[in-house]
Design a binder for this molecule. Structure first.
Ligand code: GLP
Length: 236
């Protein structure tokens, strides 16, 4: 594992965007696993800049996002589909039909999850998976549990996650209580993993995840078993 500590969020975003840009340049038809949350916003801004400068081309890229809230469709500005369109897809030359986010409004969520795993398999797996980390150690929406779940599945969000994500909603009561998330199989099957985190409040969970015991109580700790993980952290 490479653990890179940088001075500030701008540097973190540049390094993270550069790693993704290198992936796109070396394999223009890469399968990118993408993430939401506040951490990747700066990374996406840089990628948009590189695309506008002509340095990177998204036309042959396929993306697979980690997760989506149950009950929010793509027109809801709190959905992760909306977030991705707004923060990245609408501003680069990606083919929108090659961007994938689990459908949180699927009539049959179990089928949606199974199809998502099938899609990842058919694509040949993910080349580079970008991750943030929740304060409770979740990756995607894989919450602390007594086992790791391999498949894409529906989860009940931890009260602490609902609390943490309430800042994006009008009130805590508006935060969906369930989500669909890629499981550990999809994430651990990625050839490379890039995890970004910023803020003093993420320090403790990063220490637990990367230097503590591997346990489903700290979902990100499973990444200690992945052969190619880069963590970029900025305290500020
Ligand atoms: C959400 C997402 C995660 C993300 C986490 C951290 O819960 N499902 O994928 O990593 O938030 O978010 P932030 O980067 O805003 O701290």
């Amino acid at each position: 594992m490479k653990f890179i500590t940088v001075e500030n969020y701008d540097k973190l975003s540049r390094i993270s965007a550069n790693i993704i840009a290198a992936q796109i340049i070396s394999k223009p038809n890469s399968i990118l696993g993408l993430a939401t949350g506040s951490s990747p916003v700066g990374t996406y801004k840089k990628l948009i800049e590189y695309n506008k400068n002509g340095d990177i081309d998204f036309s042959n890229i396929t993306s697979v996002n980690l997760d989506e809230y149950v009950g929010l469709d793509g027109t809801n500005d709190q959905s992760y589909r909306y977030f991705m369109n707004d923060n990245l897809f609408s501003h680069v030359n990606i083919d929108i039909s090659k961007t994938n986010v689990p459908n949180g409004c699927a009539e049959n969520p179990e089928k949606e999850c199974a199809n998502y795993d099938k899609l990842i398999e058919e694509l040949g797996g993910i080349d580079l998976q970008l991750l943030g980390i929740g304060l409770d150690g979740h990756i995607g929406f894989n919450e602390p549990d007594n086992c790791f779940t391999k498949e894409t599945h529906m989860v009940t969000l931890d009260p602490s996650t609902i609390e943490a994500n309430a800042r994006f909603f009008a009130s805590k009561d508006d935060v969906p209580t369930k989500a669909l998330t890629m499981g550990m199989g999809g994430i651990m099957g990625a050839k490379k993993v890039l995890l970004i985190a910023n803020g003093k409040n993420k320090k403790e969970i990063l220490e637990k995840a990367f230097y503590g015991p591997i346990t489903p109580e700290v979902p990100a700790s499973i990444l200690q078993l992945h052969p190619d993980v880069t963590v970029v952290y900025s305290e500020n």
